[in-house]
Design a protein around this ligand. Structure first.
Ligand SMILES: *Cc1c(COP(=O)(O)O)cnc(C)c1O
Length: 422
């Protein structure tokens, strides 16, 4: 055990941070359909081999259940706020007159205010260990970009973030945070890549899309021998996020609680999978709800089929619930939930009926955020507001059941206050 952690944390806290990540793939009821190249003329899988650190590739395709978390990453987890709190939400129970218990796992307590840092850190450290001088990625609203720049800075390597131009113009504070951490932020489409130049030649005022930003980041990484960072959807990312569920398991044991219901929100699925999978293994009878935006109803209205990971069709095609990689969702405040698909492992379990889905409209989400802020004092992220809204609805409909509901609140919403101006 590194001595630094003994200085910073009590022995109980130290014991809560896991030293291995959990990979759900070998525990799924069926074999996971592999990623494939849809276009015979291009090898998107070979592309992944070139732009991802070898350690990440190995974790992406492994059938091993547990992977040791490098000691240095465990150290950094402690510094960025792990273990995050798991507490009983007495205030919310009272506000709802709920007769059972509501427990909250709170990922907003990390230094970047969301769970995204949990995977950014190992990805940046593996890139550095394999001799890379820097990492590249894309970002929409900026949460993933922020986690990337922090992680790169802690690993002592450079970071470059292609940020969708509209967000770049609308959210100058996000850009400033990323620059504070030493990142280089470029509005996308940009003149720095061939793809960006092509888009700009057709429309010099193009507002940008996540798909274009991904294309630019991948091209830039290839061109400059840098590593590309994966924000969600991929198995390796869900594996890193398993720290959420593994910590929760130990915290529940300390509290002597057994959850009957598990709830989380799903964009690409990384906070949900990371939270639910380790717990599902232990609490086999728990009912599970994946909360999505009614405006992006991937599970209730989408199809379970092979589709592209990204709008630009650069990355491979995977089997998942999808609204179509060309789907343009309404502009909701929960930018992180606008993704057209969901991780293959989660999709398989929704398809088999093990995981239920719950669609939440934005007005209900805003109400839920207000109830949560006033009863618990926490301003949750709009994305997390969906999970809270599902929990509130469940509690209201099952008031007398005396069940224990555990909800994962993936981030804080202090940089998303504009949602309350409506
Ligand atoms: C990005 C984000 C999400 C959605 O991403 P997942 O990969 O589905 O977890 C949810 N909540 C917050 C706070 C986010 O920043």
């Amino acid at each position: 055990m590194p001595s630094m952690r003994k200085i910073m944390l009590s022995s109980q806290d130290t014991a809560i941070i896991p030293n291995e990540w959990y990979n759900v793939v070998p525990d799924l009821p069926r074999q996971l359909p592999p990623p494939v190249d849809r276009d015979e003329n291009k090898s998107s899988i070979q592309l992944l081999n070139q732009i991802l650190p070898k350690a990440i590739l190995k974790q992406e395709f492994t059938f091993q259940k547990y992977t040791r978390i490098p000691e240095e990453v465990q150290e950094i987890y402690a510094q960025i706020g792990r273990p995050t709190p798991l507490f009983r939400a007495h205030g919310l129970e009272k506000a709802l007159d709920y007769h059972g218990k509501i427990l909250v796992k709170y990922e907003g307590a990390t230094i970047t205010g969301s769970h995204k840092i949990n995977t950014a850190i190992p990805q940046a450290f593996y890139a550095r260990d394999e001799g890379s001088s820097g990492v590249v990625t894309e970002t929409g609203a900026g949460q993933w970009g922020t986690a990337t720049t922090v992680a790169a800075s802690l690993a002592g390597i450079t970071s470059k973030v292609f940020m969708v131009r509209v967000s770049f113009n609308q959210k100058p504070l996000r850009k400033q945070i990323m620059e504070l951490y030493g990142g280089e932020i470029v509005p996308s489409p940009s003149p720095e890549t061939e793809f960006g130049r092509r888009v700009l030649s057709q429309n010099p005022d193009h507002p940008g899309t996540l798909g274009i930003a991904i294309s630019e980041a991948v091209e830039y990484a290839l061109e400059h021998g840098l590593k590309y960072m994966l924000g969600s959807v991929f198995n390796s990312v869900l594996t890193h996020q398993s720290v959420i569920g593994l910590e929760s398991e130990k915290q529940l044991e300390i509290l002597g609680e057994t959850p009957d219901v598990l709830i989380g929100c799903v964009g690409g699925g990384s906070n949900f999978g990371g939270f639910v999978f380790p717990l599902m293994k232990k609490f086999k009878d728990a009912r599970i709800y994946a909360s999505t935006a009614s405006e992006v109803p991937k599970f209730s209205k989408g199809e379970y089929k092979y589709d592209y990971v990204d709008t630009a069709k650069i990355l491979p095609s995977i089997k998942m619930y999808t609204l179509g990689s060309d789907y343009v969702p309404e502009k909701i405040y929960a930018g992180g939930l606008r993704y057209h698909g969901a991780a293959p492992s989660i999709s398989m379990l929704v398809n088999s009926g093990r995981i239920n889905s719950s669609d939440m409209p934005e007005d209900k989400v805003i109400d839920a955020l207000k109830v949560f802020a006033r009863s618990q004092g926490i301003v949750a992220a709009p994305e997390s507001g969906h999970a809270i809204a599902t929990a509130i609805e469940y509690a209201r409909e099952n008031r007398e059941q005396k069940e224990t509901i555990l909800v994962n609140v993936s981030g804080h919403g202090l940089l998303d206050m504009s949602i309350f101006q409506r």
